[in-house]
Design a protein around this ligand. Structure first.
Ligand code: SER
Length: 651
């Protein structure tokens, strides 16, 4: 079964069950400085999971391209990637566990035809360190998700499979019990989901809840059992040895963290399901390696082509180099498509790391000779081919993506030369120095090891590993920090800037003409950045006029209003912005200025209705624009042909 079939079957399965298909968000979230990337399907939906009504209704489904920078070091095994597609379905206060679990079971066993006996599930076993507060003020300990146990038991029983429940939170559980288990209970580290992790790590306002995962059993141990943290026990779903692959996770988002540390039950109980398309495809094909699925095969083949058959995946040479290159080139292609450029900051830095890591792996695979890395951009074509028919690369300039990669490779070659000279200077390499080379020049450990083997030196692998772990812990903490606040907790300044971009959009159209359209936007708590279509530099006079309009509107303290209307109605009243057919019968629009002094020469419906700005948008926004304060345009520059960029600040 192809990945395309699986994607289509999933969307159909849920639209048949009255879900609306929604358009995926971009990989780099707009107007959300709290996070670098869209890393799950639920991320753009946080306001709706918190209770805001979604224009498409209470049942949603999509396939969301996602990126997890925090997994970069895990790539190379049989299942981890930075970029992946997450199939997701949501209930926004509609159905709950009794519907969700049987549906997922039906999808897996009937649509994907996975054999029930190959499926194992996990549920939340409770946490005696967390307290729940009910709406009437009673508190109780966060307990076992007994409803999920009951649902799964019924489903297994129907298939004549014994639903043996095993409590993995109990140290007394015997190896015999583990071997016989089908439904496994774990604690907060495995079966609790929030964007920040376990309940104690959730910031105030963050939402989350118990989750229930489904694992596919490949029936084989990939030989990594000895490295598993559970090595003293028989294999079980979370063992990590490669025998079991997690293929889907139903999160029951039913709690919100409170300032006093307790978890409050949400009025609206939600379901948030996410399943990695790459893994589902591997399970459907019974292949314990995502690189053997159609989502990677052609990319791997292209890599083999570039390194001129010096190595063949799975036949000669280690697999992890291929996997890293394939994952990183794919991630890089998607990031560049969504507007990221290599740099030393934020998303640009992650892109740079992907490209440079992939380059060094290539350098390694071709025996440091063939300079295959200079041809790395050729792999972009295989990535684009892989996603043919999905629409992801429609209207995308592939040559632009290749050019960005070529330029980065030229820069990297220079750095690499310097790094190699540096290595020449080192008399005796140790694990710490090997790690510094890895950090500074992106030399993977194996490359440094190989270079010194040639010089007759051995490196202390354990010392390298310790440095590496120390660093990994630090970058994990840093990326967890990026989630703090999340969409659930938009800061006031960010919200002000968001409303200011709407004003700016309209002011630019007033000054430069209706050909101006938003092309992108990015906000931090220090400034806004706004890209728009326009084919020349703005004059100083035009910049001043725009600024004056913005500040005049702000002085008028116009009101901001959200409306849910039909797409037809939105178009009729002249709302601008991204419009997606998939939004179904209703769309959310934000209007600034009901009560705005009507221009007697009002030229369109928007002005007649008294709105200064009217845009398709999910929010959030300030209620009155007076609180934004004064805006100053600090820079106007070109981004690409026909696209200009403005930076502005609240002063
Ligand atoms: N939010 C959950 C996850 O990312 C399920 O969608 O795994």
């Amino acid at each position: 079964m192809s990945s395309k079939d699986i994607r289509e079957k999933y969307i159909k399965f849920f639209t048949d069950r009255r879900h609306k298909e929604i358009a995926p968000a971009k990989l780099v979230p707009e107007n959300d400085p709290s996070t670098l990337f869209t890393s799950s399907g639920m991320q753009p939906l946080v306001p709706y999971l918190l209770g805001q009504s979604h224009p498409a209704g209470k049942r949603l489904v999509d396939s969301q391209p996602s990126f997890r920078a925090e997994d970069i070091e895990e790539v190379g095994d049989n299942r981890h990637t930075t970029f992946f597609e997450m199939l997701g379905n949501w209930s926004l206060g509609d159905y709950f566990k009794k519907e969700q679990l049987p549906w997922i079971w039906e999808f897996l066993t009937k649509e994907l035809e996975l054999k029930p006996e190959r499926l194992f599930v996990t549920v939340f076993g409770g946490d005696n360190n967390s307290q729940v507060v009910t709406p009437d003020g009673k508190t109780f300990e966060l307990g076992l998700d007994a409803d999920s146990v009951t649902e799964w038991s019924k489903l297994f029983e129907k298939e004549k499979i014994a639903p043996i429940v095993v409590d993995m939170t109990n140290p007394e559980t015997s190896p015999l019990e583990i071997s016989a288990g089908r439904i496994f209970q774990y604690g907060v580290s495995k079966n609790w989901w929030s964007r920040s992790g376990s309940p104690d790590k959730m910031p105030t306002g963050e939402i989350g809840g118990p989750d229930s995962e489904v694992f596919y059993d490949f029936g084989i141990n990939l030989g990594l059992h000895e490295e598993s943290p559970w090595k003293d026990q028989p294999c079980h779903p979370n063992c990590d040895c490669g025998r079991f692959l997690e293929i889907g996770n139903s999160v029951f988002i039913q709690y919100q963290k409170q300032a006093d540390g307790n978890l409050k039950e949400l009025d609206q109980k939600n379901v948030d399901f996410g399943g990695g398309l790459e893994r589902l495809t591997a399970a459907a094909g019974d292949k314990p390696d995502i690189c053997q699925t159609d989502l990677f095969k052609d990319i791997i083949k292209s890599i083999e082509g570039l390194i001129q058959a010096a190595n063949v995946y799975g036949v000669k040479g280690p697999k992890d180099n291929f996997r890293i290159i394939a994952d990183h080139i794919k991630g890089a292609t998607f990031l560049i498509k969504d507007g990221v450029e290599p740099s030393n900051k934020l998303q640009g830095y992650i892109l740079r790391r992907l490209l440079r890591r992939a380059a060094v792996e290539m350098h390694f695979l071709d025996g440091f000779k063939l300079k295959a890395m200079n041809k790395m951009s050729d792999l972009v074509e295989a990535v684009v081919e892989t996603y043919q028919g999905t629409g992801y690369f429609e209207e995308v300039d592939i040559n632009m993506i290749k050019k960005v990669i070529d330029e980065e490779m030229q820069r990297f070659e220079k750095t690499l030369e310097k790094g190699l000279k540096e290595i020449e200077k080192i008399d005796q390499i140790d694990g710490k120095k090997a790690f510094d080379l890895y950090q500074t020049f992106g030399f993977p450990y194996e490359v440094t090891e190989e270079l010194f083997r040639q010089k007759g030196q051995e490196i202390d692998r354990e010392q390298f590993r310790k440095e590496f772990e120390k660093h990994r812990e630090l970058s994990r903490t840093a990326s967890a920090g990026m989630f703090k606040g999340g969409l659930a907790d938009h800061s006031e300044t960010v919200t002000k800037y968001h409303t200011a971009t709407h004003l700016l959009h309209q002011a630019l159209r007033d000054v430069l003409g209706p050909q101006v359209f938003q092309k992108g936007s990015n906000i931090t708590s220090e400034r806004l950045r706004f890209d728009f279509s326009f084919d020349r530099k703005m004059t100083d006079e035009e910049i001043k006029q725009t600024e004056d309009i913005l500040n005049k509107r702000i002085e008028e303290d116009l009101k901001v209003e959200r409306k849910i209307v039909s797409p037809q109605e939105a178009k009729e009243i002249g709302a601008i912005g991204l419009f997606d057919e998939k939004y179904g019968n209703e769309v959310s629009i934000y209007g600034i200025g009901p009560g705005f002094a009507l221009d007697p020469k009002a030229k369109d419906q928007r002005e007649r209705a008294g709105y200064y700005s009217l845009e398709f948008c999910g929010g959030p926004h300030v209620e009155h624009i007076g609180i934004i304060g004064k805006i100053k345009i600090t820079k106007e520059e070109a981004v690409s042909a026909g696209v200009r960029r403005i930076r502005a600040q609240i002063v």
